[in-house]
Design a protein around this ligand. Structure first.
Ligand code: ADP
Ligand code: MG
Length: 700
């Protein structure tokens, strides 16, 4: 196993982080020990040590140039929020001192009435509070001390993405420890999930970006004809791209390293202007904080380099979209990866228990997992033959699949001879590690010692997919522990459990091409859900089994589930509405006027050709087509505007509202775009009001 990021400490890395090394150096020994124990074992923080920690943290931050502090949190908008307070405290004699108390460290009270709560919080009790998550280190950025926090209502309901994530890690730890105890592990105190999210993004020229209202308002292009083909052009432009981009990447690395984000950037050659950043993995909550920081810093650094960073799942139609490969595993507090097969029969048996727990979880809760990546932006990717389909399945690879089949039948076939395979007695064959993305089409792939969930959208917070994965795996582990704890013959019961789960859940395993039509049909035969769009996926959140599992493990209660359901639908509607309104504005005020101007020019040409007695038929043909497209464009704008008003007038039930957006508004948006994109290929380039796909994709 590689190094976890909090063990890495070299040079500038983490220089702006209130890291373990800083704490060890500056905190009184007993306080340091107590805080470490709190962090390691996930205990509540003792208010006595909070005073000391706050004071030391403030001194360190002030030395780092900080004048303010902020409780940094992750509301349900999916982006981070912060409110800055000064350390400055007037002393009454016209002077001031720098102050920061333990209370201010532990708890904050942002005026949070305008963050989404999905009806959880009436406005009269609008205030929520933020609580320090001491498992994620504080850091200094822009002269401000950032304190990572969870955000809750006064009645304790989660109003953010971090709270359920922390709760789910707790739940998984509890259940995984039960399993470890059964296998004789008496020392592990805590089990964590580890995460390495690979982030994809596009970089385009800032000036061109600023000329496109769609990119500014929605993060994606809502119009744009396909650029002329030419892979050889990409090669040609490659050298130029590299220089500017690599300067950006160096700068980005430096900024991220300071904040303790262990980025390893690399160029991605799949789509023009598209790149990828992979960090070294960390515990899930730190990795989640770091991914939010990464997205934010990417945009900031890009701006400095005259670039715009696009994090949208599908900035360009017809060009590969962006995702986030969510590499996930389970580890003991001393760094033993529980999804590593190991080499002894006992390690193998324990590995198989964790493996089948994941298999069962994904099968039992495929719908919930699908929900966890459901956003309007990701709808453009999933199932579009460039990203995994909306159907959830697991890739195990041939070697492990063989082992699983042999376990199910109890017979190992080896060169014609066969022997029985007994878990806990026989050793598994050595499984090759798969770091090669051998099957990029699978949504949930086992890659040797971790699972890679590839359906996550590039712009979304990874908190949701991970709290779902943690919760559903906690559930299957608890079911398994219930059985094993009662077993008379432990080994026999381990064998029985593994066999039974394989038999009942192997339908979720698929090693073939997930992009194929055959798989869609096959998955249907196997009874696997295929929730094609966000609007199909959101309602599964309310399925009784899904509410139950979230409730049982203390991750979300019923009211919190309901609020998230409402917010997801609301976000979907808002996103599409902004897109539709942006299209109307661009079409009415840019594309239609440009098209009309060109129509006028061509009409003049036809008239002068006629007057001169020349052949004008070809120009007339062109004119007729332009007129027909332009009037089509105008009609499409009007129709979309009218339908938007109509759909919003009948608001009522939020699911019905979202459905209307999907079934009525999106098709009209596509219709409008088709007219505009066709016009783009005909109208004089000097009149076309916005940068084209070619301009954007080959702009750097
Ligand atoms: P590469 O793709 O560079 O060959 P990997 O496929 O092993 O390397 O890693 C891809 C991502 O998975 C990286 O972000 C890495 O840190 C992460 N990763 C590796 N091991 C684990 C683990 N045990 N848990 C979570 N993420 C991991
Ligand atoms: Mg990978």
């Amino acid at each position: 196993m590689g190094k976890c990021i909090d063990e890495i400490n070299c040079g500038m890395f983490g220089s702006a982080v209130f890291s373990d090394a800083v704490m060890q150096e500056r905190l009184p020994k007993p306080v340091y020990k107590k805080l470490k124990k709190t962090i390691k074992e996930g205990l509540p923080l003792d208010p006595d040590i909070a005073e000391v920690v706050a004071c030391v943290m403030k001194d360190w931050a002030v030395e780092m140039g900080a004048t303010h502090f902020t409780h940094w949190f992750q509301p349900l908008t999916g982006v981070t929020a912060e409110k800055h307070d000064s350390f400055l405290s007037p002393t009454g004699d016209g002077k001031a001192i720098m102050e920061f108390s333990g209370k201010e460290l532990i708890k904050g009270e942002p005026d949070a009435s305008s963050f989404p709560s999905g009806g959880l919080r009436a406005t009269f009790e609008a205030r929520g509070y933020t609580a320090w998550d001491c498992t994620s280190p504080a850091f200094v950025k822009d002269k401000t001390l950032y304190i990572p926090t969870a955000f809750c209502s006064y009645t304790g309901e989660a109003l953010d993405l971090k709270t359920p994530l922390l709760r789910s890690m707790e739940a998984l730890s509890k259940q995984a420890l039960r399993i470890l105890r059964l296998f004789g592990d008496t020392t592990t105190k805590r089990v964590v999930t580890t995460l390495g999210p690979e982030q994809e993004y596009f970089l385009v020229d800032k000036e061109k970006f600023m000329q496109r209202k769609d990119l500014i308002y929605t993060g994606r292009t809502l119009f744009g004809a396909k650029p002329p083909k030419g892979q050889e052009l990409e090669d040609h432009y490659f050298g130029i791209i590299k220089e500017k981009i690599s300067r950006f990447m160096h700068d980005l690395d430096a900024e991220l390293w300071k904040l303790g984000v262990s980025a390893k950037t690399k160029h991605n050659e799949v789509a023009p202007a598209q790149h990828e950043l992979a960090p070294v993995f960390a515990t899930t909550n730190i990795a989640t904080d770091h991914n939010q920081l990464t997205m934010e810093i990417m945009k900031k650094v890009a701006d400095r380099h005259g670039l715009a960073c696009l994090l949208h799942e599908k900035p360009f139609a017809g060009v590969n979209g962006s995702g986030k490969h969510n590499n996930w595993s389970i580890s003991t507090d001393d760094g033993r990866n529980l999804l590593d097969p190991g080499t002894t029969p006992s390690e193998n048996a324990q590995f198989l228990i964790f493996l089948v727990a994941v298999i069962k979880a994904v099968d039992d809760y495929a719908d919930l997992l699908r929900f966890s990546v459901a956003t309007a932006g990701n709808d453009h990717r999933l199932g579009a033959n460039e990203a995994p389909p909306a159907i959830m399945s697991i890739f195990l690879g041939d070697e492990l699949t063989n082992v699983i089949e042999e376990i199910e039948t109890g017979v190992v076939k080896n060169n014609g001879t066969s022997r029985t395979l007994e878990i806990g007695v026989s050793t598994l064959p050595v499984l090759p590690k798969d770091n090669t993305d051998r099957n990029r089409t699978s949504p949930f792939a086992f890659t040797g010692n971790k699972f890679e969930f590839r359906s996550v959208g590039s712009s979304q917070s990874i908190a949701t997919p991970n709290f779902i994965i943690n919760t559903i795996v906690a559930e299957t582990l608890s079911q398994i522990a219930d059985r094993l704890e009662k077993a008379q013959d432990f080994k026999a019961e381990v064998n029985a459990v593994v066999k039974e789960i394989i038999k009942n859940h192997k339908r979720i395993i698929f090693n073939g091409n997930n992009y194929s039509e055959e798989w869609v049909a096959e998955a249907e035969r196997r009874g696997l859900p295929n929730l094609k769009t966000t609007v199909d996926a959101i309602p599964v959140l309310l399925a009784e089994k899904n509410i139950k599992v979230l409730e049982k493990h203390g991750v979300l209660n019923r009211a919190e589930v309901l609020s998230r359901y409402e917010i997801c639908l609301e976000n979907y509607v808002k996103t599409i509405r902004i897109e539709a309104l942006t299209m109307i504005e661009m079409a009415s005020r840019q594309i239609l006027p440009a098209s009309l101007a060109y129509v006028g020019k061509v009409a003049d040409t036809v008239a002068s050709l006629k007057a001169a007695g020349a052949d004008s038929s070809f120009a007339k043909e062109e004119l007729d087509e332009l007129v027909s497209l332009t009037s089509g464009l105008k009609a499409a704008i009007d129709k979309l505007s009218a339908k938007l008003e109509e759909v919003d007038a009948h608001e009522g039930d939020s699911l019905e509202h979202a459905r209307a957006y999907k079934d009525v508004i999106i098709p009209l948006m596509n219709e409008l775009r088709a007219f505009a994109d066709k016009l783009e290929t005909m109208v004089d380039a000097s009149l076309w009001p916005i940068p084209t796909y070619g301009d954007l994709l080959f702009s750097v």
